[in-house]
Design a protein around this ligand. Structure first.
Ligand code: GRF
Length: 207
């Protein structure tokens, strides 16, 4: 059974998709052993509590330095025995050391078709504002392994979503979440839990 830690910062809709997918059996052989939020009082923590999942806050602002924050986060991950770390709307930056220690065992959901509209500063609504400003006809979401860069790790799954002429950033974000994010993230966790994802030369191969 793959032990999964889910890192959150906000609404937790991607966390909810994972909880529901484990509950209905579309994710097999995985369990969420801990939810770690970067902020207090967010909806994601309520979702974890409702699902009976161990949840805690490790907030950068509570620590004097990035090193102390990283040490606390690492300890929280080790304590629950996390074998896979899922960044689900997580907005804190992981240290290069933590990423190295969990090479190809951290995945992130990004609300665009990487390499479009990604990198430093591209998160939340901004991603969709930029897509609409550029006038793309198709956008989507990407699940990728996390490396020491920003949104630059090996791509695992992608799913496209049409952009409508009357879209606002909000309507586009919602459709990308519903039609892509909430499907891709559970599918990626299930594939990894089944040992079906291999990484070679920064590309993934799914068996
Ligand atoms: C979503 O747009 C997701 O793509 C991004 O964070 C946003 C909030 O996600 N990573 P959630 O509702 O907190 O899962």
């Amino acid at each position: 059974m793959l032990k999964v830690a889910v890192l959150v910062s906000g609404g937790g809709t991607n966390l909810q998709a994972l909880i529901d997918s484990i509950g209905n059996g579309s994710i097999k052989n995985a369990e969420i052993v801990r939810v770690i939020s970067s902020k207090k009082g967010v909806r994601a923590l309520e979702r974890a509590e409702k699902a009976g999942i161990d949840a805690m806050v490790v907030a950068r602002r509570d620590y004097d330095s990035a090193e102390a924050f990283d040490k606390a986060l690492t300890a929280a991950l080790k304590e629950c025995g996390a074998e896979l770390i899922v960044l689900a709307g997580y907005l804190s930056v992981l240290s290069p050391e933590l990423v190295r220690n969990y090479e190809n065992r951290i995945i992130n959901i990004h609300p665009s078709l990487i390499p479009a509209f990604c990198g430093v500063g591209y998160y939340g609504l901004k991603v969709h504002e930029e897509a609409l400003a550029r006038g793309v006809k198709v956008t989507g979401a990407t699940v990728h392994f996390v490396d020491e860069g920003c949104d630059s790790g090996p791509i695992i799954l992608q799913k496209s979503v049409e952009v409508r002429e009357d879209d606002t950033p909000e309507t586009l974000q919602r459709r990308v979440m519903e039609e892509a994010e909430w499907k891709l993230l559970p599918e990626a966790v299930d594939l990894i839990a089944a040992g079906k994802v291999r990484v070679e030369n920064r590309k993934t191969y799914i068996s």
